[in-house]
Design a protein around this ligand. Sequence first.
Ligand code: FES
Length: 252
Amino acid sequence: MIKKETMKIISINVIAKETVEMVLQNEYISENAAPGQFLHISVSGCTLRRPLSIAAVNRTAMTVTILFKIIGKGTKRLSEYVEGETVDVLGPAGNGFPLKNLSKKDKVLLIGGGIGVPPLYFLGCTLKELGYDVQAVIGFQSKDFVFYEERFKKLGETIVVTNDGSYGEKGFVTDMVDKITSFDRYYSCGPAPMLKAVTNTFQDKEGYLSFEERMGCGIGACYACIIPTNDGSNYKKICQDGPVFRAEEVSL
Ligand code: FES
């Protein structure tokens, strides 16, 4: 259940170009957060809260890690917070990645792009703990933006892709089809064009997409996040109905 909580900043670090990792402590959120869910953070001086996906949870230390890219006033201000300060958070919010009907012999592929990579790390850790075979393809603009490569490699076979070829493989995540070993289900998060390409490439596979990058207000008020659906309901709101949907459920 989503609750309003105060979270203490344990650490804040720039881990790649324009990319900040923040570790926050709170017992309730760390106990209840599931992969694919997000925190709805109030930033001082900003009217609207910022929806930011959860990248990792440490239930022993009662911490939750979030990553964000500095792209506007709110995220710039958030990047200026320091250790020991607190933030007002609504969370854990949204419907996370479903794990049901996954059998132990199933192989899972995680496909992430840019700031869509963090929620897949939390998912990968959870799947690994549960004993699943995980592989990942993570894509970034260029070398300067790459993060969490080593962490993903500890979970399973991982391919790093950069659009300009300055690190890892050159191209887009969907260009790696020939390098990916067989899998049964995929989970993906990233920019909408990437999710569309992923859906088209893996039409014959069961897939789940997280659209967390496309949220605005995060509370159903701005309609910035609506997405057309294939189920006759015309559209869904990513912030309230998602951010995770079955690949065939939405029209990209
Ligand atoms: Fe504003 Fe969903 S983000 S309505």
